[in-house]
Design a protein around this ligand. Sequence first.
Ligand SMILES: Cc1cc2nc3c(=O)[nH]c(=O)nc-3n(C[C@H](O)[C@H](O)[C@H](O)COP(=O)(O)OP(=O)(O)OC[C@H]3O[C@@H](n4cnc5c(N)ncnc54)[C@H](O)[C@@H]3O)c2cc1C
Length: 447
Amino acid sequence: MSPEFDHVHDLVGIGIGPFNLGLACLAEPLDLDTVFLDSAPEFRWHPGMMIDGATIQVPFLADLVSLADPTSPFSFLNWLKRTGRLYPFYIRESFYPLRAEYDAYGRWASEQLPNLRWGRHVTMIEYDSDGDLYRVRAERRDTGEAEVVLARHVVVGVGTRPFVPEPLRELAGPVLHSADYLDHRDRLRQARSIMIIGSGQSAAEIYRELLGDLPGGGYRLDWVTRSPRFFPMEYTKLTLELTSPDYTDHFHGLPLQQRQRLGRDQRALYKGISGDLIDDIYDTLYRLSAGGPVPTTLLTETELVDADWDGEQYRLRLRHTQLDRVYQRRADALVLATGYTAGIPSFLDPIRNRLLIDPVGRLAVARDYSIDAGRGRIFVQNGEEHTHGLTAPDLGFGAWRNSAILAAITGAEPYPIERRIAFQEFGLPADAEPSEASAADTLGVAR
Ligand SMILES: Cc1cc2nc3c(=O)[nH]c(=O)nc-3n(C[C@H](O)[C@H](O)[C@H](O)COP(=O)(O)OP(=O)(O)OC[C@H]3O[C@@H](n4cnc5c(N)ncnc54)[C@H](O)[C@@H]3O)c2cc1C
Protein backbone atom coordinates (compact mmCIF):
# COMPACT_ATOMS: atom_id res chain seq x y z
CA MET A 1 0.00 0.00 0.00
CA SER A 2 1.54 3.37 -0.99
CA PRO A 3 -0.38 6.08 0.76
CA GLU A 4 0.24 9.47 -0.65
CA PHE A 5 1.53 10.19 2.79
CA ASP A 6 -0.67 12.93 4.15
CA HIS A 7 -1.00 15.24 1.20
CA VAL A 8 -4.61 16.37 1.09
CA HIS A 9 -6.08 17.46 -2.23
CA ASP A 10 -8.92 19.96 -2.43
CA LEU A 11 -10.77 17.69 -4.81
CA VAL A 12 -10.58 14.15 -6.08
CA GLY A 13 -12.64 13.20 -9.10
CA ILE A 14 -13.63 9.57 -9.55
CA GLY A 15 -14.11 8.62 -13.19
CA ILE A 16 -12.78 10.65 -16.10
CA GLY A 17 -15.57 10.57 -18.66
CA PRO A 18 -16.55 13.83 -20.41
CA PHE A 19 -18.08 15.31 -17.28
CA ASN A 20 -15.17 14.92 -14.85
CA LEU A 21 -12.71 15.62 -17.67
CA GLY A 22 -14.57 18.91 -18.18
CA LEU A 23 -14.26 19.54 -14.44
CA ALA A 24 -10.51 18.89 -14.60
CA CYS A 25 -10.15 21.31 -17.54
CA LEU A 26 -12.14 24.05 -15.78
CA ALA A 27 -10.28 23.52 -12.48
CA GLU A 28 -6.88 23.64 -14.17
CA PRO A 29 -6.46 27.46 -14.20
CA LEU A 30 -7.89 27.81 -10.67
CA ASP A 31 -5.98 27.79 -7.38
CA LEU A 32 -7.32 24.34 -6.61
CA ASP A 33 -5.36 21.16 -5.95
CA THR A 34 -7.17 18.42 -7.82
CA VAL A 35 -6.55 14.82 -8.86
CA PHE A 36 -8.72 12.53 -11.01
CA LEU A 37 -8.79 8.72 -11.06
CA ASP A 38 -10.13 6.34 -13.70
CA SER A 39 -9.99 2.55 -14.11
CA ALA A 40 -9.42 2.80 -17.86
CA PRO A 41 -5.92 3.11 -19.35
CA GLU A 42 -6.81 6.37 -21.13
CA PHE A 43 -9.76 8.50 -22.24
CA ARG A 44 -11.91 6.46 -24.62
CA TRP A 45 -15.46 7.59 -25.29
CA HIS A 46 -17.90 4.73 -25.85
CA PRO A 47 -15.44 2.71 -28.00
CA GLY A 48 -18.06 -0.02 -28.56
CA MET A 49 -20.24 2.46 -30.45
CA MET A 50 -17.62 4.37 -32.40
CA ILE A 51 -19.50 3.61 -35.60
CA ASP A 52 -17.95 5.14 -38.71
CA GLY A 53 -19.60 8.44 -39.63
CA ALA A 54 -21.70 8.67 -36.44
CA THR A 55 -21.95 12.20 -35.04
CA ILE A 56 -22.58 13.44 -31.52
CA GLN A 57 -26.15 14.57 -30.88
CA VAL A 58 -25.27 18.01 -29.51
CA PRO A 59 -23.58 21.02 -31.15
CA PHE A 60 -19.79 21.42 -30.80
CA LEU A 61 -20.28 24.20 -28.23
CA ALA A 62 -21.31 21.38 -25.88
CA ASP A 63 -17.62 20.54 -25.52
CA LEU A 64 -15.80 20.17 -22.20
CA VAL A 65 -15.51 23.88 -21.37
CA SER A 66 -16.91 26.47 -23.82
CA LEU A 67 -20.32 27.07 -22.26
CA ALA A 68 -18.53 27.88 -18.99
CA ASP A 69 -15.46 29.61 -20.45
CA PRO A 70 -15.39 30.31 -24.20
CA THR A 71 -11.75 31.44 -23.83
CA SER A 72 -10.54 28.12 -22.41
CA PRO A 73 -7.61 26.49 -24.26
CA PHE A 74 -9.43 23.15 -23.80
CA SER A 75 -12.19 24.02 -26.27
CA PHE A 76 -13.20 21.89 -29.25
CA LEU A 77 -12.41 24.81 -31.57
CA ASN A 78 -8.90 24.97 -30.17
CA TRP A 79 -8.50 21.23 -30.72
CA LEU A 80 -9.57 21.73 -34.36
CA LYS A 81 -7.00 24.52 -34.67
CA ARG A 82 -4.23 22.52 -33.01
CA THR A 83 -4.93 19.50 -35.22
CA GLY A 84 -5.29 21.47 -38.47
CA ARG A 85 -8.97 20.61 -38.80
CA LEU A 86 -10.46 24.07 -38.24
CA TYR A 87 -10.86 25.10 -41.90
CA PRO A 88 -12.29 21.73 -43.03
CA PHE A 89 -14.71 21.92 -40.06
CA TYR A 90 -15.62 25.46 -41.10
CA ILE A 91 -16.25 24.37 -44.70
CA ARG A 92 -18.18 21.28 -43.55
CA GLU A 93 -20.71 23.67 -41.99
CA SER A 94 -22.17 21.21 -39.51
CA PHE A 95 -22.58 21.90 -35.82
CA TYR A 96 -22.28 18.22 -35.06
CA PRO A 97 -18.76 16.79 -34.81
CA LEU A 98 -18.12 13.17 -35.62
CA ARG A 99 -18.20 10.90 -32.59
CA ALA A 100 -14.61 9.91 -33.45
CA GLU A 101 -13.62 13.60 -33.32
CA TYR A 102 -15.18 14.06 -29.89
CA ASP A 103 -13.29 10.99 -28.67
CA ALA A 104 -9.97 12.26 -30.06
CA TYR A 105 -10.67 15.74 -28.69
CA GLY A 106 -11.28 14.31 -25.21
CA ARG A 107 -8.04 12.35 -25.35
CA TRP A 108 -6.17 15.46 -26.52
CA ALA A 109 -7.52 17.48 -23.57
CA SER A 110 -6.74 14.67 -21.12
CA GLU A 111 -3.14 14.44 -22.31
CA GLN A 112 -2.55 18.03 -21.22
CA LEU A 113 -3.56 17.40 -17.62
CA PRO A 114 -0.83 15.86 -15.42
CA ASN A 115 -3.25 15.34 -12.52
CA LEU A 116 -5.23 12.60 -14.29
CA ARG A 117 -4.36 9.11 -13.07
CA TRP A 118 -5.44 6.31 -15.37
CA GLY A 119 -5.58 2.64 -14.47
CA ARG A 120 -6.87 3.42 -10.95
CA HIS A 121 -10.03 1.54 -10.07
CA VAL A 122 -11.67 3.12 -7.02
CA THR A 123 -12.86 0.50 -4.57
CA MET A 124 -13.67 2.44 -1.45
CA ILE A 125 -14.17 5.86 0.11
CA GLU A 126 -13.80 6.31 3.83
CA TYR A 127 -14.37 9.35 6.00
CA ASP A 128 -11.57 10.37 8.34
CA SER A 129 -13.26 12.29 11.15
CA ASP A 130 -9.96 13.37 12.71
CA GLY A 131 -8.80 15.01 9.53
CA ASP A 132 -12.34 15.79 8.37
CA LEU A 133 -11.34 14.46 4.97
CA TYR A 134 -12.01 11.55 2.64
CA ARG A 135 -9.69 8.60 1.97
CA VAL A 136 -10.20 7.34 -1.55
CA ARG A 137 -8.78 3.86 -2.07
CA ALA A 138 -8.00 2.74 -5.59
CA GLU A 139 -6.52 -0.43 -7.01
CA ARG A 140 -3.82 0.07 -9.64
CA ARG A 141 -4.71 -1.92 -12.74
CA ASP A 142 -1.03 -2.43 -13.62
CA THR A 143 0.41 -3.60 -10.28
CA GLY A 144 -2.73 -4.53 -8.34
CA GLU A 145 -1.34 -2.33 -5.61
CA ALA A 146 -3.76 -0.23 -3.56
CA GLU A 147 -3.32 3.52 -3.63
CA VAL A 148 -4.90 6.01 -1.23
CA VAL A 149 -5.69 9.59 -2.14
CA LEU A 150 -6.77 12.09 0.53
CA ALA A 151 -9.17 14.89 -0.30
CA ARG A 152 -11.56 17.41 1.20
CA HIS A 153 -14.05 17.11 -1.66
CA VAL A 154 -15.05 14.20 -3.87
CA VAL A 155 -16.81 14.36 -7.26
CA VAL A 156 -18.26 11.06 -8.43
CA GLY A 157 -18.37 10.93 -12.24
CA VAL A 158 -18.51 7.23 -13.02
CA GLY A 159 -21.26 7.60 -15.60
CA THR A 160 -23.91 4.96 -16.20
CA ARG A 161 -23.61 1.26 -16.89
CA PRO A 162 -25.31 -0.87 -19.56
CA PHE A 163 -28.84 -1.89 -18.55
CA VAL A 164 -29.94 -5.47 -19.25
CA PRO A 165 -33.63 -6.32 -18.61
CA GLU A 166 -34.07 -8.79 -15.75
CA PRO A 167 -35.26 -11.83 -17.78
CA LEU A 168 -32.14 -11.64 -19.95
CA ARG A 169 -29.46 -11.25 -17.29
CA GLU A 170 -28.46 -14.90 -17.09
CA LEU A 171 -28.80 -15.57 -20.82
CA ALA A 172 -26.05 -17.74 -22.35
CA GLY A 173 -24.84 -17.60 -25.96
CA PRO A 174 -23.83 -14.70 -28.22
CA VAL A 175 -25.92 -11.96 -26.58
CA LEU A 176 -24.37 -8.52 -26.37
CA HIS A 177 -25.24 -5.03 -25.15
CA SER A 178 -24.93 -2.22 -27.70
CA ALA A 179 -22.09 -0.78 -25.56
CA ASP A 180 -19.92 -3.64 -26.90
CA TYR A 181 -21.24 -3.66 -30.47
CA LEU A 182 -18.00 -2.98 -32.38
CA ASP A 183 -16.11 -5.63 -30.42
CA HIS A 184 -18.59 -8.25 -31.71
CA ARG A 185 -19.65 -6.82 -35.09
CA ASP A 186 -17.72 -9.26 -37.25
CA ARG A 187 -19.06 -12.25 -35.33
CA LEU A 188 -22.59 -10.83 -35.58
CA ARG A 189 -22.27 -10.66 -39.35
CA GLN A 190 -21.61 -14.43 -39.43
CA ALA A 191 -25.04 -15.13 -37.93
CA ARG A 192 -28.00 -16.25 -40.10
CA SER A 193 -30.41 -14.14 -38.07
CA ILE A 194 -29.88 -11.15 -35.76
CA MET A 195 -32.42 -9.53 -33.43
CA ILE A 196 -31.92 -5.99 -32.09
CA ILE A 197 -33.96 -5.08 -29.01
CA GLY A 198 -34.56 -1.40 -28.22
CA SER A 199 -35.52 1.81 -29.99
CA GLY A 200 -32.97 4.44 -29.07
CA GLN A 201 -30.16 6.02 -31.07
CA SER A 202 -27.78 3.10 -30.50
CA ALA A 203 -30.36 0.54 -31.69
CA ALA A 204 -31.01 2.58 -34.82
CA GLU A 205 -27.32 3.07 -35.60
CA ILE A 206 -26.63 -0.68 -35.31
CA TYR A 207 -29.73 -1.55 -37.37
CA ARG A 208 -28.72 0.93 -40.07
CA GLU A 209 -25.20 -0.43 -40.28
CA LEU A 210 -26.31 -4.08 -40.48
CA LEU A 211 -29.11 -3.19 -42.90
CA GLY A 212 -26.44 -1.76 -45.20
CA ASP A 213 -25.05 -5.27 -45.78
CA LEU A 214 -28.37 -6.63 -46.99
CA PRO A 215 -29.52 -8.46 -49.05
CA GLY A 216 -26.06 -10.02 -49.58
CA GLY A 217 -25.22 -10.00 -45.84
CA GLY A 218 -26.61 -13.49 -45.51
CA TYR A 219 -28.72 -12.83 -42.40
CA ARG A 220 -32.29 -11.94 -41.47
CA LEU A 221 -32.43 -8.75 -39.41
CA ASP A 222 -35.15 -8.12 -36.81
CA TRP A 223 -35.61 -4.84 -34.98
CA VAL A 224 -37.93 -5.12 -32.01
CA THR A 225 -39.21 -2.48 -29.57
CA ARG A 226 -41.98 -2.32 -27.01
CA SER A 227 -42.42 1.38 -27.85
CA PRO A 228 -45.52 2.27 -29.88
CA ARG A 229 -43.28 3.54 -32.68
CA PHE A 230 -39.72 4.25 -33.69
CA PHE A 231 -39.88 7.80 -32.41
CA PRO A 232 -37.56 10.73 -33.15
CA MET A 233 -35.62 12.69 -30.52
CA GLU A 234 -37.34 16.01 -30.14
CA TYR A 235 -35.18 18.95 -31.17
CA THR A 236 -37.63 21.81 -31.31
CA LYS A 237 -36.21 24.91 -29.66
CA LEU A 238 -38.85 25.49 -27.00
CA THR A 239 -38.45 21.87 -25.96
CA LEU A 240 -34.68 22.25 -25.89
CA GLU A 241 -35.24 24.97 -23.30
CA LEU A 242 -35.89 22.10 -20.91
CA THR A 243 -32.13 21.49 -20.90
CA SER A 244 -31.71 24.68 -18.89
CA PRO A 245 -30.93 25.75 -15.30
CA ASP A 246 -34.45 27.23 -15.21
CA TYR A 247 -36.18 23.94 -15.94
CA THR A 248 -33.74 22.03 -13.71
CA ASP A 249 -34.70 24.31 -10.80
CA HIS A 250 -38.36 23.63 -11.52
CA PHE A 251 -37.93 19.86 -11.90
CA HIS A 252 -35.77 19.58 -8.78
CA GLY A 253 -38.45 21.35 -6.74
CA LEU A 254 -41.23 18.95 -7.71
CA PRO A 255 -42.45 16.11 -5.46
CA LEU A 256 -40.79 12.74 -6.09
CA GLN A 257 -43.87 11.11 -7.68
CA GLN A 258 -44.25 13.96 -10.17
CA ARG A 259 -40.56 13.78 -11.04
CA GLN A 260 -40.87 10.06 -11.65
CA ARG A 261 -43.91 10.47 -13.90
CA LEU A 262 -42.27 13.33 -15.78
CA GLY A 263 -39.07 11.34 -16.15
CA ARG A 264 -41.04 8.58 -17.91
CA ASP A 265 -43.00 11.05 -20.08
CA GLN A 266 -39.87 12.93 -21.12
CA ARG A 267 -38.01 9.88 -22.38
CA ALA A 268 -39.01 10.76 -25.97
CA LEU A 269 -37.11 14.01 -25.68
CA TYR A 270 -33.71 12.32 -25.52
CA LYS A 271 -34.15 8.56 -25.75
CA GLY A 272 -35.47 8.64 -29.30
CA ILE A 273 -33.62 8.46 -32.62
CA SER A 274 -32.31 11.41 -34.63
CA GLY A 275 -34.84 12.25 -37.33
CA ASP A 276 -32.20 12.09 -40.08
CA LEU A 277 -31.27 8.56 -39.13
CA ILE A 278 -34.91 7.41 -39.13
CA ASP A 279 -35.31 8.80 -42.67
CA ASP A 280 -32.00 7.31 -43.77
CA ILE A 281 -33.22 3.90 -42.56
CA TYR A 282 -36.49 4.31 -44.45
CA ASP A 283 -34.72 5.38 -47.64
CA THR A 284 -32.36 2.42 -47.36
CA LEU A 285 -35.28 0.02 -46.97
CA TYR A 286 -36.92 1.65 -49.97
CA ARG A 287 -33.77 1.35 -52.09
CA LEU A 288 -33.17 -2.29 -51.07
CA SER A 289 -36.80 -3.24 -51.75
CA ALA A 290 -36.36 -2.26 -55.38
CA GLY A 291 -34.30 -5.43 -55.70
CA GLY A 292 -36.93 -7.67 -54.06
CA PRO A 293 -38.03 -8.54 -50.51
CA VAL A 294 -35.64 -7.26 -47.84
CA PRO A 295 -34.87 -9.91 -45.17
CA THR A 296 -35.80 -7.70 -42.25
CA THR A 297 -38.72 -7.25 -39.84
CA LEU A 298 -39.45 -4.15 -37.77
CA LEU A 299 -41.73 -4.79 -34.79
CA THR A 300 -43.19 -2.15 -32.45
CA GLU A 301 -45.48 -2.64 -29.39
CA THR A 302 -43.51 -5.85 -28.89
CA GLU A 303 -42.04 -6.79 -25.58
CA LEU A 304 -39.38 -9.46 -25.05
CA VAL A 305 -40.84 -11.66 -22.32
CA ASP A 306 -37.91 -14.04 -21.99
CA ALA A 307 -35.41 -16.02 -23.99
CA ASP A 308 -33.36 -19.17 -23.84
CA TRP A 309 -30.34 -20.43 -25.75
CA ASP A 310 -30.39 -24.00 -27.07
CA GLY A 311 -26.71 -24.02 -27.92
CA GLU A 312 -27.37 -22.91 -31.48
CA GLN A 313 -30.18 -20.41 -31.44
CA TYR A 314 -32.20 -18.15 -29.17
CA ARG A 315 -35.86 -18.99 -28.69
CA LEU A 316 -37.43 -15.66 -27.84
CA ARG A 317 -40.89 -15.23 -26.39
CA LEU A 318 -42.36 -11.94 -27.49
CA ARG A 319 -45.63 -10.31 -26.42
CA HIS A 320 -47.57 -7.95 -28.65
CA THR A 321 -48.62 -5.45 -26.00
CA GLN A 322 -51.76 -4.21 -27.81
CA LEU A 323 -53.01 -7.67 -28.82
CA ASP A 324 -51.73 -9.20 -25.59
CA ARG A 325 -50.59 -12.18 -27.65
CA VAL A 326 -47.38 -14.07 -26.87
CA TYR A 327 -45.51 -15.82 -29.67
CA GLN A 328 -42.09 -17.23 -30.38
CA ARG A 329 -39.30 -16.17 -32.69
CA ARG A 330 -35.79 -17.51 -33.21
CA ALA A 331 -32.49 -15.71 -33.75
CA ASP A 332 -28.84 -16.75 -33.88
CA ALA A 333 -27.65 -13.52 -32.23
CA LEU A 334 -29.14 -10.91 -29.95
CA VAL A 335 -28.20 -7.25 -29.54
CA LEU A 336 -29.60 -5.54 -26.46
CA ALA A 337 -29.74 -1.81 -27.17
CA THR A 338 -31.62 -1.45 -23.88
CA GLY A 339 -29.93 1.66 -22.55
CA TYR A 340 -27.94 2.53 -19.47
CA THR A 341 -28.68 3.00 -15.79
CA ALA A 342 -27.13 5.00 -12.96
CA GLY A 343 -26.79 3.43 -9.53
CA ILE A 344 -25.08 4.10 -6.21
CA PRO A 345 -21.49 2.93 -6.71
CA SER A 346 -20.49 0.33 -4.12
CA PHE A 347 -17.35 2.30 -3.24
CA LEU A 348 -19.70 4.75 -1.44
CA ASP A 349 -20.93 2.04 0.95
CA PRO A 350 -18.45 2.87 3.77
CA ILE A 351 -19.78 6.46 3.91
CA ARG A 352 -23.44 5.71 3.25
CA ASN A 353 -24.30 7.16 6.64
CA ARG A 354 -23.11 10.54 5.39
CA LEU A 355 -25.26 10.43 2.26
CA LEU A 356 -28.92 11.33 1.76
CA ILE A 357 -30.91 8.48 0.21
CA ASP A 358 -34.46 9.00 -1.10
CA PRO A 359 -37.45 6.73 -0.29
CA VAL A 360 -36.75 4.72 -3.46
CA GLY A 361 -33.16 3.98 -2.41
CA ARG A 362 -31.46 6.45 -4.74
CA LEU A 363 -29.13 9.33 -3.95
CA ALA A 364 -31.12 12.39 -2.92
CA VAL A 365 -29.05 14.81 -4.95
CA ALA A 366 -29.26 18.45 -3.81
CA ARG A 367 -29.67 21.24 -6.38
CA ASP A 368 -25.92 22.00 -6.15
CA TYR A 369 -25.25 18.31 -7.05
CA SER A 370 -24.04 17.47 -3.56
CA ILE A 371 -25.15 14.15 -2.08
CA ASP A 372 -23.94 14.42 1.53
CA ALA A 373 -26.95 15.88 3.32
CA GLY A 374 -26.02 19.52 2.88
CA ARG A 375 -22.35 19.27 3.88
CA GLY A 376 -21.32 20.17 0.31
CA ARG A 377 -18.28 17.91 0.20
CA ILE A 378 -19.37 15.05 -2.05
CA PHE A 379 -20.91 15.68 -5.46
CA VAL A 380 -22.24 13.56 -8.33
CA GLN A 381 -22.12 13.98 -12.10
CA ASN A 382 -24.67 12.28 -14.40
CA GLY A 383 -26.20 10.31 -11.53
CA GLU A 384 -29.04 12.76 -10.86
CA GLU A 385 -31.59 12.21 -13.62
CA HIS A 386 -34.23 11.34 -11.00
CA THR A 387 -33.70 14.65 -9.13
CA HIS A 388 -32.61 17.09 -11.88
CA GLY A 389 -34.22 15.61 -15.00
CA LEU A 390 -32.95 15.25 -18.53
CA THR A 391 -29.97 17.55 -18.14
CA ALA A 392 -28.11 14.81 -16.22
CA PRO A 393 -26.62 12.85 -19.20
CA ASP A 394 -26.60 15.84 -21.57
CA LEU A 395 -23.13 16.87 -22.75
CA GLY A 396 -24.54 20.35 -23.31
CA PHE A 397 -25.14 20.78 -19.60
CA GLY A 398 -21.81 19.46 -18.31
CA ALA A 399 -20.10 22.86 -18.26
CA TRP A 400 -22.96 24.45 -16.31
CA ARG A 401 -22.96 21.66 -13.73
CA ASN A 402 -19.18 21.86 -13.38
CA SER A 403 -19.38 25.62 -12.86
CA ALA A 404 -21.94 25.00 -10.10
CA ILE A 405 -19.79 22.30 -8.46
CA LEU A 406 -16.68 24.52 -8.60
CA ALA A 407 -18.68 27.38 -7.10
CA ALA A 408 -19.87 25.12 -4.26
CA ILE A 409 -16.32 23.92 -3.59
CA THR A 410 -14.51 27.27 -3.87
CA GLY A 411 -17.24 29.38 -2.29
CA ALA A 412 -16.78 31.77 -5.21
CA GLU A 413 -18.00 31.73 -8.85
CA PRO A 414 -14.90 31.17 -10.97
CA TYR A 415 -17.17 30.82 -14.02
CA PRO A 416 -20.33 32.94 -14.39
CA ILE A 417 -23.38 30.76 -13.76
CA GLU A 418 -26.47 31.64 -15.81
CA ARG A 419 -29.53 31.33 -13.56
CA ARG A 420 -32.01 31.94 -16.33
CA ILE A 421 -31.62 31.20 -20.02
CA ALA A 422 -35.15 30.26 -21.11
CA PHE A 423 -37.90 32.45 -22.54
CA GLN A 424 -40.46 30.14 -20.92
CA GLU A 425 -41.32 30.16 -17.22
CA PHE A 426 -41.67 26.63 -15.91
CA GLY A 427 -43.14 27.28 -12.46
CA LEU A 428 -45.50 30.08 -11.50
CA PRO A 429 -44.74 33.23 -13.47
CA ALA A 430 -42.64 35.70 -11.50
CA ASP A 431 -45.45 38.23 -11.64
CA ALA A 432 -48.13 35.81 -10.48
CA GLU A 433 -50.65 37.51 -8.22
CA PRO A 434 -51.92 35.51 -5.23
CA SER A 435 -55.50 34.37 -5.84
CA GLU A 436 -58.22 34.50 -3.20
CA ALA A 437 -59.71 31.20 -4.36
CA SER A 438 -57.46 28.15 -3.66
CA ALA A 439 -56.81 25.52 -6.35
CA ALA A 440 -59.48 23.39 -4.66
CA ASP A 441 -62.03 26.23 -5.02
CA THR A 442 -61.40 26.78 -8.70
CA LEU A 443 -61.69 23.04 -9.29
CA GLY A 444 -64.95 23.06 -7.35
CA VAL A 445 -63.49 20.45 -4.98
CA ALA A 446 -64.95 20.60 -1.46
CA ARG A 447 -62.31 21.88 1.04
C1 LIG B 1 -23.02 5.64 -27.45
C2 LIG B 1 -23.39 6.88 -26.68
C3 LIG B 1 -23.43 8.08 -27.34
C4 LIG B 1 -23.79 9.23 -26.63
N1 LIG B 1 -23.84 10.40 -27.32
C5 LIG B 1 -24.23 11.51 -26.67
C6 LIG B 1 -24.33 12.74 -27.39
O1 LIG B 1 -24.06 12.79 -28.58
N2 LIG B 1 -24.74 13.84 -26.71
C7 LIG B 1 -25.05 13.79 -25.36
O2 LIG B 1 -25.43 14.82 -24.80
N3 LIG B 1 -24.94 12.64 -24.65
C8 LIG B 1 -24.55 11.51 -25.29
N4 LIG B 1 -24.48 10.34 -24.58
C9 LIG B 1 -24.82 10.35 -23.13
C10 LIG B 1 -23.66 10.80 -22.19
O3 LIG B 1 -23.29 12.05 -22.47
C11 LIG B 1 -22.50 9.99 -22.24
O4 LIG B 1 -22.85 8.75 -21.75
C12 LIG B 1 -21.27 10.51 -21.45
O5 LIG B 1 -20.20 9.67 -21.77
C13 LIG B 1 -21.46 10.49 -19.96
O6 LIG B 1 -20.25 10.96 -19.39
P1 LIG B 1 -19.80 10.59 -17.91
O7 LIG B 1 -18.62 11.45 -17.63
O8 LIG B 1 -20.97 10.70 -17.00
O9 LIG B 1 -19.46 9.05 -17.90
P2 LIG B 1 -18.72 8.02 -18.81
O10 LIG B 1 -18.39 8.55 -20.14
O11 LIG B 1 -19.54 6.79 -18.71
O12 LIG B 1 -17.34 7.80 -18.02
C14 LIG B 1 -17.30 7.27 -16.73
C15 LIG B 1 -15.86 6.91 -16.42
O13 LIG B 1 -15.82 6.41 -15.08
C16 LIG B 1 -14.86 5.38 -15.01
N5 LIG B 1 -15.16 4.56 -13.84
C17 LIG B 1 -16.29 3.86 -13.59
N6 LIG B 1 -16.21 3.25 -12.38
C18 LIG B 1 -14.98 3.59 -11.87
C19 LIG B 1 -14.30 3.27 -10.64
N7 LIG B 1 -14.87 2.51 -9.69
N8 LIG B 1 -13.08 3.78 -10.45
C20 LIG B 1 -12.49 4.59 -11.39
N9 LIG B 1 -13.10 4.92 -12.57
C21 LIG B 1 -14.32 4.43 -12.79
C22 LIG B 1 -15.02 4.65 -16.34
O14 LIG B 1 -13.83 3.95 -16.69
C23 LIG B 1 -15.31 5.81 -17.32
O15 LIG B 1 -14.14 6.26 -17.94
C24 LIG B 1 -24.11 9.16 -25.25
C25 LIG B 1 -24.09 7.94 -24.58
C26 LIG B 1 -23.73 6.80 -25.30
C27 LIG B 1 -23.74 5.50 -24.59
